[in-house]
Design a protein around this ligand. Sequence first.
Ligand code: BTN
Length: 260
Amino acid sequence: MSETQLLEALRNLPIAAVRFYAETGSTNQEALDWAAQGAPDSALVVADHQTAGRGRFGRRWFTPAGAALAFSMVLRPLQISTDKVPLYSPLGALSVAQALENAYHLRPQIKWPNDVLLKNRKVCGVLAEALWQDNVLQAIVLGIGINVAPSSVPPDEQVLFPATCVEAALGRTINRWGLLAEVLKALLEWRDQIASPAFLEAWQKRLAFVDQLVRLENPGGETFEGRLIGIHANGHLRLQLDDGSERAFSIGDLKLRPLS
Ligand code: BTN
């Protein structure tokens, strides 16, 4: 699919500038470099093929040519309190979930904080990275990877959480750029409502594993098990522990797994 078709699909969206790469290392890196050179708010980087796609926890993200969506948007919020920064990756997940609902009537869920699932398999990952200068936030780069065709789905033995793709869920092929346009439309609408009650309600409504037993693991290997209650107004995850007490976990380096 060509760059012309991409630009045509994005024609009606308020996007300041677009850079398309047939192949690049990572769209997040391209967007961070561009942001450092002055990229405007809503500047978008799209790649057909990433050779060094970045995932959370320093993992790699697989983006083979012609089979997935890999894109990053430069966001320059006017007034950003640092407590809202962690909500940008859920913003990406919520936008993808809503696009899958609106465009294809699918029923995605969000594995806290920001993985999008279809039938309990991961279809999309989000990596938000911040650009700072002298302790002042300059921009947030919101990177989103969506598995579209079956060849974009890594085998179960290569991933920690089983993956799937949009076309497997639908049983037919789709136009990738059409899906991208739906996601960006939702993203540009939700970004102005980030941290609002409506934003939190929309995120919470799609939360996976509510009322189920889950395990959280921090980078030190410490684990916490409990029943997932929901999210707090600040985006923290609420768990009810075995002794009946409630504990909240902030968005960060925590991995979440269902126990059943
Ligand atoms: C995760 O680990 O779940 C997050 C994956 C994020 C992947 C996307 S693909 C587009 C953007 N560019 C990158 O290098 N990573 C993000």
